[in-house]
Structure formats: C-alpha cells, structure tokens
Design a protein. Structure first.
Length: 185
C-alpha cells in the first residue's frame, strides 16, 4: 500500500504530521520520560526508550515502514507542541483493515486530544486509504484506551484472552472495531 500523508489538520488545536526524526526525537523522548510510569504500564517499549537515540531509531524505523506502505506513525501536535503519537500500526491490505495505536504525554490527557486524533485517523483511513474496518486492541483493564475507542464509535467485537504482553505478564484485550459504514464524523 503506497500513500501520501501530508500534515492532517484535525481542528484549530490539533495537527497530525509525519515524524521528522531529528526534529521530533528529543521532544518525544522528553514526553515519554515525563510520562514513563503511566505509559509504561500499557506500553512496554517505554522502558526500552532510555536515550534520545532510542527514540530516533524508532522514528527512523517508523518512516522506513511508512515508505514501504507497512504502517503510518504520526506525531500529534497540540497547540504547537508534540503531545504524543498515533499510528496505523499495521495494514491488512487483502481485508482492507488498519489497526490503530496511540499514546499521549501526561500533561495532555483530559483535553479530548486523543478522541479527536482517532476520529481524524479514521476519516483518513476510510477516505484516503479505502479501509473497510479499523481495529483498536486495548488491554481490558486499560480504561483510558478503552474509553477512547468507545467514545469514537468503535464497537466491542471480542475479548481476546492473553493476547497483550505487558511488563507484568499477559493480559486479555478488548478488540474494538469500526467499519466504514458505521463511521460518523
């Protein structure tokens, strides 16, 4: 899947943009470090991001996967500042399905940023990428992530037993699905 992703203006406060590895690495690294305890509970890779170079490597890898059409990672810019990231972590081109993942720094939680960003990515996925379904998998006990999926109109499709490995072991995951026909913006 080859596609172009230009900065995507969600509203007057939020823009999604492709990462500029050298420009964004330090800001995102600092954001991760300021939020390590809350993010690390749900995203084990946080504990592996111990230097700015670790984040730089991740951003470079993300851009390589974007150019190969395998995934799409975007920096969430809120009022001119890096707030987190949102991604189509993978695509199933035969089934026309994309899987979304996301995170926000602690100081940006509670402002509706992720809700608006997910809706923006869904609109892009359905209109520009011709996806038929978008999936979000979230650990059953990750209330904030499950709340975002629910409030964005995703339907709980199934609970997948022991399907997400976190730092304390395997957890059940809620699989949320939104179809193109059900999407409303």
């Amino acid at each position: 899947m080859i596609f172009v992703f230009l900065p995507l203006k969600i509203d007057n406060e939020i823009t999604l943009k492709l990462p500029d590895s050298y420009q964004d690495a330090n800001d995102l690294y600092q954001l991760i470090q300021q939020s390590v305890t809350s993010l690390g509970k749900w995203l084990p890779w946080v504990y592996l991001t111990v230097t700015v170079n670790d984040e730089l490597r991740f951003l470079n890898q993300s851009m390589d996967e974007y150019y190969q059409g395998k995934s799409l990672s975007a920096v969430i810019i809120y009022q001119g500042k890096s707030a987190g990231m949102i991604s189509f972590n993978r695509f199933d081109t035969k089934q026309k399905i994309g899987e979304i993942g996301y995170w926000l720094g602690n100081q940006f939680i509670g402002k509706g940023i992720m809700h608006r960003s997910v809706l923006g990515m869904c609109k892009f996925g359905f209109t520009e990428l011709a996806l038929d379904k978008i999936i979000i998998d979230a650990a059953v006990d990750n209330f904030p992530s499950n709340q975002v999926a629910h409030t964005c109109g995703f339907k709980l499709a199934q609970i997948k037993e022991n399907s997400i490995k976190l730092t304390d072991g395997w957890h059940d995951a809620n699989q949320w699905v939104l179809s193109k026909d059900e999407f409303k913006l």
